[in-house]
Design a protein around this ligand. Structure first.
Ligand SMILES: Cc1cc2nc3c(=O)[nH]c(=O)nc-3n(C[C@H](O)[C@H](O)[C@H](O)COP(=O)(O)O)c2cc1C
Length: 374
């Protein structure tokens, strides 16, 4: 059995649920954790929002009672805010792991020099990492970072980021094998992940991108030598992927192929957890966006899908799920198939004016928005 060590934290299975804005809330993390061991990261929180006590940010920092390892991803461009936010997470929220986001490709974020374009400013990156590590140190909390290959193929940053991470006391670095300009399109470059693993032997390297099945995770570990894997879109509508991953890392080859009745039960459990955490109205609204992912490839009728996409109460949900044929087998076409957003590459990555002129960045952090998520 392989485990993953992040500073003081030992994860029984080297599997991490990727932070996904609007998805990895307390209910979804609990649902996935019920399936298998691993580390389940909260959706992205804005440092400034947390420091300034923004209510929406605070509302996102909700944990399930069974969530013993609280793991949060922070976004920030200002070392002081990131340091303060890290301290708040450790001191007030009992967080056991802080991940820093240096991969977000969304224009709203890159326009401010944040997310995936920040590592271009090598010194600013180091400064942010050191502030976070220093703030977390008294609490024994490991800080990790997640990044992309670079802004585009001509402006790669991941190898420098790995070196800076290791020098700054970061406990691990996760690499999504795409550039910012690729967004979610194309195929993740596992060779870059292998290159980073070789270049940064001092700290664990985690690989991310295009793990759709447990077998892909084993293949990534084998091909790249990484210490663990980060699971993104592959678990959308398929939380049992974590069960398969736990089995695969325990040396068994279990491939869960739930029939439609079992998928409906999973959807019901997901909705129930959402309603427990958010109340019935908001919980039912949230489950709507997962309907297409759960039913992908199944023959469920258009009317039922449409009604599920408008569901308002758990009683309605039960009635609609009862309409599905519980014996319909899992669609083989979905095995290994990409899911979730893919979109097109971005021709132009939006950045602050003159961002590429130098790679320093100290003192040039542009205040991020206070509002988290997105
Ligand atoms: C809906 C959605 C929201 C995401 N939000 C975040 C985020 O807040 N922070 C982050 O680091 N990555 C975010 N990502 C990227 C994923 O964490 C992951 O790096 C990416 O999807 C590649 O992995 P995959 O090919 O396994 O999906 C998001 C991805 C999706 C699909």
């Amino acid at each position: 059995m392989t485990s993953l060590r992040l500073g003081n934290l030992e994860i029984a299975t080297p599997v991490v649920l990727a932070p996904m804005a609007g998805v990895t809330n307390a209910a979804f993390r609990r649902l996935c954790a019920e399936q298998g061991a691993g580390l389940y990261v909260c959706e992205m929180i804005t440092s400034r929002g947390l420091v300034e006590g923004d209510q929406h940010t605070k509302d996102m920092l909700v944990f399930d009672e069974l969530e013993t390892v609280r793991s949060v991803q922070l976004y920030g461009t200002d070392p002081v805010y990131v340091g303060k936010a890290t301290e708040i997470l450790c001191a007030e929220y009992g967080v056991a792991h802080v991940d820093l986001n240096f991969g977000c490709p969304v224009p709203k974020v890159t326009r401010k020099g944040g997310g995936g374009v920040l590592p271009w400013k090598r010194n600013l990156l180091g400064e942010i990492l050191r502030h976070a590590v220093k703030a977390a140190e008294p609490f024994g909390v490991p800080v990790t970072m997640k990044t992309r290959k670079g802004i585009d193929e001509e402006r790669l940053t991941f190898l420098d980021a790995g070196r800076i991470a290791a020098e700054s006391g970061v406990a691990a670095i996760a690499l999504h094998g795409r550039t910012v300009s690729q967004a979610y399109s194309g195929v993740a470059d596992w060779d870059a992940i292998a290159e980073l693993k070789t270049a940064v032997p001092e700290i664990p390297v985690l690989g991310n991108g295009d793990i759709w099945e447990a077998a892909d995770a084993l293949r990534m570990m084998d091909q790249t030598g990484v210490d663990g894997v980060v699971i993104g879109r592959g678990c959308l509508g398929r939380p049992w992927l974590f069960r398969d991953l736990a089995s695969a890392f325990a040396g068994e080859t279990v491939e869960t192929l739930p029939n439609l009745g079992e998928v409906a039960a999973m959807m019901r459990r997901h909705a129930e957890l959402l309603c427990e955490h958010m109340g019935e109205e908001r919980g039912c609204k949230e489950i709507r966006k997962h309907v297409a992912w759960y039913l992908k490839g199944f023959g469920a009728g258009g009317d039922t899908r449409r009604d599920l996409g408008l569901v308002k109460t758990l009683a309605d949900l039960d009635e609609l799920l009862d309409r599905l044929d519980p014996n319909e087998p899992f669609p083989a076409s979905e095995l290994g198939a990409p899911r979730g957003r893919q979109g097109a590459p971005r021709h132009k990555v939006v950045m602050p004016e003159g961002w590429l002129d130098d790679t320093d960045g100290i003192g040039c952090a542009i205040p991020e928005d206070t509002v988290s998520g997105g």
